[in-house]
Design a binder for this molecule. Structure first.
Ligand SMILES: Cc1cc2nc3c(=O)[nH]c(=O)nc-3n(C[C@H](O)[C@H](O)[C@H](O)COP(=O)(O)OP(=O)(O)OC[C@H]3O[C@@H](n4cnc5c(N)ncnc54)[C@H](O)[C@@H]3O)c2cc1C
Length: 407
């Protein structure tokens, strides 16, 4: 049962202590840390276990906006986000050097580690974070046990697996990852500045790829506290020599692939390490188990170009932590029938499916060169640029049409 105590209870002293909680969350990335904060704020006893005290400088999502912000607001994280991220409101969208349109709406740029730190800072009792590695899980219809690398143990009624793309623990439970698309996309992240240190003439900018053979979906430039961040998303063989060129000579290679960018960037240089990531699209199987529930990337990975990873994980956190867990803890047991309610949630399923749909759409729009997709691509950009021109002549027109369509 839930109590109003927010702290976990060590019931044995020393290194072999057993920590007792209502919910044990394995993995304190964005999904696990947000889930811990939401549940602990509601008065549940939460133990969040992550092998690292501070999330490292790893390349993951670095900007959010739109629907993601609505969910963060609903979960009451928006003011904390404001404190760690750089806000921007206008994105200039270009292709082949010409303006396609301008996106207007609140958005934020940040290093992922800062986003995770923000989420962890919202956990009311900092001692809920246990820095350790979970090495084994044993699950049942009522009590779950975690073994930690230090020799300690955690006992809980429910285990939330939020271990991201690391699959070892799930594997031990018989949970498998099904690969839907191997090496689906390649992403690059780096920071740029003008050589003369003057600011860029745009708040944020997206430059779409020009030729299908390049496999470039888009380069997104947006402000973070350290400067102008660049995220380049591609659908191309990760062993292609262009990947090495992007790492070794990012400035020249970016301009060779996207010549229309030159006049917007002027003389610029990359000011930090070029990070890159090759992403497989995967979903789990064998996950319906008593006492254990998977969220975020632990359940399904996403295409970074589609920008759906955070929307998915926020939906997981919202539905699991505000709807199901509070209800499950009110009655005895944590069997499969309870867990299956979360996996059958209509909104969760819709978010997961939308993520896969967008992943396939972005890949096809970027690199398919058959006639059907060629026409679709032309129409996609033509429609956007026509709508933009009409909106320039009749300001507010586009917003009114979108509002009417949503109503
Ligand atoms: C390059 C890149 C760019 C992206 N861009 C976007 C974007 O623009 N928009 C978007 O919406 N999404 C984007 N995504 C997706 C988004 O970043 C992920 O969906 C999100 O970060 C997943 O968070 P998570 O908490 O599920 O996993 P993670 O952040 O990976 O967290 C997993 C945590 O589990 C811990 N852990 C694992 N195993 C154990 C263990 N045994 N014991 C203890 N701790 C453990 C790890 O230390 C880690 O802290 C991008 C992803 C990548 C890779």
């Amino acid at each position: 049962m839930t109590t109003d105590r927010t702290v976990t209870e060590p019931i044995d002293g020393g290194e072999t202590a057993t920590i007792v909680s209502d919910i044990a969350i394995v993995g304190g990335g964005l999904a696990g840390s947000l889930a811990a904060a939401v549940l602990a704020r509601a008065g549940h006893r939460v133990a969040l276990v992550d092998k690292r005290a501070v999330y490292p400088d790893e390349f993951r999502v670095e900007k959010i906006g739109g629907h993601q912000l609505e969910l963060l607001r609903k979960l009451d994280f928006l003011s904390a986000l404001d404190g760690v991220a750089c806000r921007y409101d206008r994105v200039l969208n270009i292709r082949e050097g010409k303006v396609v349109d301008v996106s207007v709406g609140q958005a934020y740029g940040f290093p992922y580690a800062d986003l995770v730190a923000m989420a962890r800072s919202q956990i009311p009792d900092p001692s809920s974070l246990i820095v350790d590695e979970v090495t084994a899980i044993s699950n049942s219809d009522d009590v779950q046990h975690l073994e930690l690398a230090s020799g300690r143990r955690v006992t809980a009624r429910l285990v939330v697996l939020a271990t991201g793309m690391a699959g070892v623990l799930g594997y031990k439970l018989g949970i498998r990852r099904r690969v839907l698309a191997e090496r689906h996309s390649v992403s690059f992240g780096f920071t740029i500045a003008r050589k003369d240190r003057s600011p860029f003439d745009f708040e944020a900018l997206t430059c779409y790829g020009e030729r299908t053979a390049d496999g470039i979906d888009y380069l997104s430039l947006f402000p973070v506290r350290a400067g102008m961040r660049a995220n380049l998303f591609m659908f191309r063989d990760p062993t292609d020599p262009i990947m090495r060129e992007l790492r070794r000579e990012p400035e020249a290679t970016v301009l060779r692939l996207l010549p229309g960018l030159q006049s917007y960037l002027g003389d610029f240089r990359v000011t930090d390490r070029v990070q890159n990531w090759v992403m497989d699209l995967t979903v789990v199987e064998g996950h319906l188990q008593p006492g254990v529930v998977l969220i975020g990337d632990a359940f399904q990975t996403n295409c970074p170009a589609a920008g759906t990873g955070v929307a998915r994980l926020l939906m997981d956190v919202d539905r699991l932590c505000t709807e199901y867990v509070p209800r499950w803890l009110m009655t005895a047991g944590m069997g499969r029938e309870k867990i299956s309610q979360f996996y059958s949630d209509r909104d969760k399923i819709a978010a997961d499916q939308q993520s896969l749909k967008m992943a396939r759409f972005r890949q096809a729009l970027t690199s398919r060169n058959d006639i059907g997709w060629d026409v679709r691509r032309r129409l996609h950009f033509l429609r956007r640029s026509l709508a933009h021109r009409v909106d320039q002549m009749h300001p507010g027109w586009l917003g009114r049409v979108r509002g009417a369509l949503r109503a």
